[in-house]
Design a binder for this molecule. Structure first.
Ligand SMILES: [Zn+2]
Length: 615
């Protein structure tokens, strides 16, 4: 029987925050007891920032002096988590609250001061010979904790120029963002979104959100086709401008790579995380050889949807109509049950997240959109959701829970300096959490329809987070190589690369459409963060590899992989990501690791074929 404080969201109704029972909201008192205690922490941080200046000029004095400076920096860092998140999580509850927004901005101003007050630290440290610091660390246990932080700083230093060189480069900083700022203005502020008339007579303006929604839900191919064509035509109309802006991105990246003495733009992008370029090259090569299950999926879709011509605007419509709702009160225990394979302790933590009010569940007036997990050092992670009872919302919850458990384990096991982790490993636990949840849901689904919906969800997620992202990485690499080899970059050239990639991936299973070649122009990542998206794909491959062992019926093998996996989560950012993953048994330089994704996809497509075509 539902208790009095049960709540379920209704489409079209946006409640006030006070209308939602407290147990569905997060309890931020674990960060700071109240605003008074926040003000005290703020004042302490303020004082710590001022006090930090006293360490300036002391680092070279010896191991004790260096250690005290590191310790003071960590204390300052740990405190800044509480001060920041208490204000920013409050702000996200209701972004209309000006008073809280002002406090949040106050913290941002303090952070800028913190950055200034500690900007001397790295150069002063780097002026001490690494050999000297190594000797100090050998004789001082507490200082040796900082070994990886120190060594990686010196590793980055390899491509830092002398003072004059750095000053010159810093002047170029002001125009580094011009290509993306222009792109952003052109695609948002100045964009004329096209309008089309649907077969029903309805007039629709194709903002990005509307366009996606139409492709995902409209059952009439004619409507999808006209939306797709109108949307891409808008980019094609300015393709020479987009090509010129993208050329700006490529030239900038090549300028920086050469100025700092890297062999290529890819080398420059991977150096910080110490990732060999062969990892990206291996990823691209193996994905391209492993497209057969992806093609098989699209052949199945063409058949099931009964389409003569099957095109890129047909790849998002659901194969099965299904509008199941998943009430939040039920899914909590499902998510906890789904991680049973990871052990009692892990499962207990997941339960604690639900019972301990770590999650802000439902949408309310003024609340931030989307979903995230916030790593609040010194407290526990918090999750913001806008849970609307759809299947996507349930998987988002499983995803954010994966991030939160990673944070939880890393924060507990690591000293502050390594508590955070890089994006290169971050999406492994979130994707693994989704994969475990999928297995659990498939097992308990009791109709063919339910199974088909779950399988399509999983397959689409592999198509979009793996194959599409590798294809994007391939595009970026080919485009950057053009400027590295002094080749011209025009709209025709970029269209040619993109058209070639579509043929490589889809062969003849998707009928060609001339306009599709301009798709590169509408991918913001290409303009904002080059060489970033491949990390989604490497995380996906790592997850697929781990899942192969987790699903193993050999109990010793699956127990061993659980240990390795939990060690990865506990390791936080204590080493380079390739080393951390290698210790978890994942070697991304190996074709087999990447192939684990296509094997998983082949298995899922086989099951979906079975559900949809068996009589
Ligand atoms: Zn994520």
């Amino acid at each position: 029987m539902p208790t009095l404080d049960t709540y379920r969201p209704e489409p079209g109704n946006l409640p006030a925050r006070d209308d939602i029972p407290a147990r569905y909201t997060w309890d931020l008192s674990a960060i700071c007891a109240d605003w008074n205690s926040w003000s005290e922490s703020y004042a302490r941080l303020d004082a710590a920032i001022t006090a930090f200046m006293q360490f300036r000029g002391t680092l070279a004095k010896g191991p004790e002096a260096l250690l005290s400076a590191f310790t003071a920096m960590d204390e300052m860092g740990a405190l800044s988590y509480r001060v920041w998140y208490f204000a920013s999580l409050h702000y996200d509850q209701d972004q209309r609250d000006n008073e809280i927004n002002a406090r949040r901005q106050q913290v941002q101003i303090l952070f800028a001061r913190q950055q200034q007050a500690s900007s001397w630290f790295n150069p002063e440290l780097l002026a001490i010979p690494l050999e000297t610091i190594r000797t100090w660390m050998a004789g001082n246990h507490a200082l040796a904790v900082y070994r990886f932080a120190i060594e990686s700083l010196f590793h980055e230093q390899e491509h830092v120029l002398d003072e004059r060189g750095e000053r010159l480069l810093s002047y170029s900083g002001r125009f580094n963002s011009v290509p993306y700022d222009s792109y952003s203005a052109l695609t948002t502020a100045d964009m004329k979104f096209p309008a089309i008339t649907l077969t029903t007579g309805e007039r629709v303006t194709l903002s990005y959100g509307q366009y996606r929604a139409l492709l995902e839900t409209n059952r009439r191919q004619e409507d999808r086709a006209s939306a797709y064509r109108a949307f891409h035509q808008a980019y094609a109309d300015s393709q020479n401008t987009y090509a010129a802006l993208y050329n700006g991105v490529l030239q900038r990246d090549w300028f920086h790579a050469r100025a700092r003495g890297y062999e290529s733009t890819l080398d420059a992008a991977l150096h910080g995380n110490n990732i060999p370029t062969s990892v990206v090259e291996n990823l691209i090569a193996v994905a391209k050889q492993s497209v057969e299950p992806l093609r098989r999926y699209h052949r199945l879709r063409r058949r099931v949807l009964g389409l003569d011509r099957y095109q890129l605007f047909d790849i998002f419509v659901p194969l099965v109509e299904h509008d199941a709702r998943y009430p939040y009160d039920e899914v909590g225990s499902w998510i906890a049950d789904s991680v049973a394979a990871l052990g009692h302790e892990y499962q207990g933590r997941v339960r604690e997240a639900f019972d301990g009010r770590w999650i802000d569940v439902f949408e309310n007036a003024g609340k931030r959109s989307g979903a995230y997990s916030a790593p609040v050092y010194g407290s526990h992670p918090y999750m913001l959701l806008n849970y609307n009872e759809t299947l996507d919302a349930v998987f988002t919850l499983a995803h954010e829970m994966g991030h939160s458990m990673h944070t939880m384990l890393s924060h507990q096991a690591q000293p502050f300096v390594y508590a955070g982790y890089t994006i290169f490993v971050a999406e492994v636990p979130s994707k693994l959490s989704e994969a475990l949840f999928l297995d659990y849901m498939l097992e308990r689904a009791d109709s063919r329809e339910q199974r088909a919906v779950l399988l399509q969800h999983a397959i689409d997620s592999i198509a979009s987070t793996f194959y599409t992202q590798v294809m994007f990485a391939d595009f970026e690499l080919q485009a950057h190589r053009l400027v590295e080899q002094d080749q011209p970059v025009t709209a025709d050239v970029l269209n040619g690369i993109y058209a070639g990639l579509l043929r490589d991936y889809y062969g003849d299973v998707i009928d060609e459409e001339q306009l599709s070649q301009v798709t590169w122009a509408r991918i913001p990542h290409f303009f904002s963060t080059p060489y970033y998206v491949y990390q989604y794909a490497t995380c996906f491959a790592s997850t697929a590899r781990l899942m192969q062992d987790l699903r193993s019926t050999d109990r010793a093998r699956s127990r061993e992989v659980v240990d390795r996996y939990l060690t990865l989560l506990q390791a936080g950012g204590s080493d380079y990501p390739m080393n951390l993953l290698a210790r978890a048994g994942v070697d991304l330089s190996q074709p087999d690791t990447v192939r684990a994704v296509s094997e998983e996809l082949a298995m899922l497509v086989g099951r979906l074929e079975n559900e949809l075509t068996r009589s």
